[in-house]
Design a protein around this ligand. Structure first.
Ligand code: SAM
Ligand code: SF4
Length: 266
């Protein structure tokens, strides 16, 4: 699929839930968020249908995200369904790692290619504070399990911002170097001001070369993380929603009304 600005759209990021087992300071408000009702969340079959439609139209790369994708009931079934779609060359999942030890082997067995794990510091107390309660040992155990299961290459996402210090990102980079994992540092984004920047070591934030569409857990195709434009797959049907989103994908992102990543899928 080509958009108006000559960009080839080949990457779909799918938020499978708005729920999460952590409350990272830059992602979720402390008291949590008004959660979507069960009926508003796409079923596994509906998600599968949208991914099929996107792959039919030329998407070759799919990533599951959230919220925390591993808290979605049936996630292994969904991975299996999507892994069976012909035409996907790169199938990954982004997780906070807390439940990864329990799921890594099963995810690899049903066809997931690889894993990105979000970790902003190696310091257990600071990790607990940044995530409002997370246990970093679970993340380490999850990373070990993913490596053992062959979910490779493992990449680490490290958000840097006012909540973190130099040692936090440096420690994650050192850990990545020691274990052979690529580390992508991401500047904390602020949606209301439209402030975002290029991801160091990754491909996000580079509007000219953006190849992405997003599917939110409530079934909206979003052409840009930094835009409020969205197209409902239940109202329009998956094909039409995808076509409209590609047609109206903005040239670059800007300020928007939503202010949290968890519902859209970072
Ligand atoms: N729960 C999973 C996780 O944390 O990896 C997947 C969803 S999370 C929304 C996806 C990515 O977005 C994570 O790497 C997270 O650090 C990042 N993220 C969340 N809020 C952000 C913000 N305000 N600025 C930059 N990155 C953010
Ligand atoms: Fe949850 Fe991921 Fe957001 Fe942290 S960044 S609150 S783990 S969705």
């Amino acid at each position: 699929m080509q958009d108006r600005f000559g960009r080839t759209i080949s990457y779909l990021r799918v938020s499978v839930t708005d729920r999460c087992n952590l409350r990272c300071r830059y992602c979720m408000p402390e008291g949590g968020v008004a959660l979507l009702s069960h009926d508003d969340i796409l079923s596994l079959e509906e998600i599968y249908d949208v991914v099929c439609a996107a792959v039919d139209k030329g998407v070759t790369k799919v990533r599951l995200t959230g919220g925390e994708p591993l808290v979605r009931r049936g996630i292994v079934d969904l991975v299996k369904m999507i892994a069976g779609i012909d035409g996907i060359r790169d199938f990954g999942l982004t997780t906070n790692g807390i439940l990864l030890e329990d799921y890594a082997a099963a995810l690899a067995a049903v066809g997931l290619d690889r894993i990105n794990v979000s970790i902003d510091t190696l310091n257990p107390l600071r990790f607990k504070n940044m995530t409002r309660g997370g246990d970093i040992d679970k993340v380490f155990a999850g990373i070990d399990a993913a490596e053992k299961a062959g979910l490779l290459p493992i990449k680490l996402n490290c958000v840097v911002g006012e909540f973190s210090n130099k040692e936090d990102a440096a420690s994650v980079k050192a850990f990545g170097a020691e274990r052979g994992f690529e580390v992508r540092t991401i500047r904390m984004m602020d949606f209301k001001s439209g402030s975002f920047s290029v991801v160091e070591g990754g491909s996000g934030g580079d509007c000219q070369n953006c190849n992405r569409l997003r599917l939110s857990s409530d079934g909206e195709i979003r052409p840009c993380l930094f835009s409020d434009k969205s197209f409902g797959v239940r109202e329009l049907g998956a094909e039409k929603a995808i076509e409209e989103a590609v047609l109206l994908k903005p040239e670059s992102g800007g300020p928007c009304k939503h202010n949290w990543m968890h519902g859209i899928g970072g």
